[in-house]
Design a binder for this molecule. Sequence first.
Ligand code: AP5
Ligand code: MG
Ligand code: ZN
Length: 214
Amino acid sequence: MNLLIMGPPGAGKGTQAEELVKRLGITHISTGDMFRSAIKEGTEMGLKAKEYMDKGELVPDYVVVGMVKERLFQSDSVCGFLLDGFPRNVVQAEELDETLKSIGLSLNGVINIVVPREKLVERATGRRICRTCGASYHVSFKKPREEGICDNCGGELYQRSDDNETAVNNRLYIYEASTKPLIDYYTTRGLIRNIDGDQDIDKVMEDILKNICS
Ligand code: AP5
Ligand code: MG
Ligand code: ZN
């Protein structure tokens, strides 16, 4: 199964993706996570991406598209993938269509997580991430058993540098202008699956599974 998960910043893409890939046995490809790994490793691409990410702006298309193509060509993608955070504009969506076609693959569905705007800032600014395994928590909605410590691996939890109010508002603005038009793009192609993301995390998962497996 080849899927894409989209939605505004803080909608719950990463939270749902983490569980969904385990249940379906497919590969999670998150462009945001890939950039954060590159930053941690101090690569040239990571340093360049950080300048854009900290301001809540999109990393240039040629950088993202090249990185995703390379990832899709790896053997584990053939058994199914879940793209999270890519594509983010029409140019990237067209590049994805062409790349998949060239390797004989196509998308089976696009999960669109819908959450009212007023909830998104609180979700993003309260998020905490594990420095070691990348698991995501929330100070109110998904608390770790012990404050500041990851349940999975005992790693230290930190706040993303783009999870402050200024950067989150800019990310929301860019989502409206560049990414939201993709809902029409994928509706036209009969792929969109709208999911109510304003429910408990487990209920959102249940709705996603019902929707894509029926
Ligand atoms: P990326 O990392 O993809 O960030 P994003 O799209 O802004 O989305 P988030 O990761 O913030 O939100 P999410 O939907 O995953 O929410 P989560 O599940 O964590 O991208 C970061 C940056 O990288 C971009 O700004 C850009 O600079 C660059 N980039 C990445 N891809 C790019 C591309 N294709 N092109 C160009 N640039 C690119 O949940 C959020 C919080 O809410 C968590 O704390 C969670 O615990 C909580 N939560 C989740 N679900 C619920 C629920 N149902 N109820 C209550 N709380 C919930
Ligand atoms: Mg995410
Ligand atoms: Zn961890």
